[in-house]
Design a protein around this ligand. Structure first.
Ligand SMILES: Cc1cc2nc3c(=O)[nH]c(=O)nc-3n(C[C@H](O)[C@H](O)[C@H](O)COP(=O)(O)O)c2cc1C
Length: 162
């Protein structure tokens, strides 16, 4: 079945390696019959999360910049693909900032169940992307647990202490 695939390319470098990877992934996903949208964080204004938690009541962030439209696209995607350069053995700051700003999704009925991570780095040792993988896994764990079942949802909502 065709899925809505959202690819978020997070490097803001012109002709970036991660965007090349993102485009290759997009081509493959389209060839497999999926509906694919690729967006880049280049030329976007995405401020830091203030940690105010207003999003948990409002369902959207109070900061008015480009993150809200991207979060809306994430809400409606079946598959989310992050493409990032490795910066100091971690995901890029741009990517982490966008993940934080997508916090409104936490209480919303988001559709995505599959998350992919595409990384590019100067070094080619296998461990180079471990930090980024761990970070994305942490994000998935928070979201995954919330939607296991109603019982788990209540449990984790009370146990969560950001
Ligand atoms: C601030 C910064 C930190 C970086 N840290 C690492 C690193 O820890 N390990 C590594 O292999 N490459 C590192 N790199 C190199 C980039 O990951 C690499 O050039 C990558 O291909 C850039 O991707 P892009 O073209 O999509 O921006 C770093 C680059 C920058 C600018």
């Amino acid at each position: 079945m065709a899925k809505k695939v959202l690819i978020i390319s997070t490097s803001i470098r012109p002709n970036s390696n991660s965007e090349i990877l993102a485009n290759a992934f997009a081509d493959g996903a389209r060839t497999s019959g999926n509906e694919v949208e690729l967006i880049s964080l280049k030329n976007k204004t995405i401020d830091f999360c203030k940690g105010c938690f207003a999003c948990q009541k409002l369902g959207h962030c109070v900061i008015k910049d480009d993150a809200n439209a991207i979060t809306e696209k994430m809400l409606n995607a079946d598959v989310i693909v992050w493409a990032t350069p490795i910066y100091y053995y971690e995901m890029s700051g741009q990517m982490k900032t966008m993940i934080d700003r997508a916090n409104p999704l936490f209480t919303l009925d988001y559709r995505f169940r599959d998350v992919y991570l595409l990384t590019t780095a100067a070094e080619d040792e296998a461990y180079v992307d471990e930090g980024a993988l761990k970070g994305v896994q942490g994000w998935i764990d928070c979201f995954g647990r919330l939607y296991c079942s109603e019982g788990d949802r209540g449990q984790y909502e009370t146990e969560r202490s950001f």
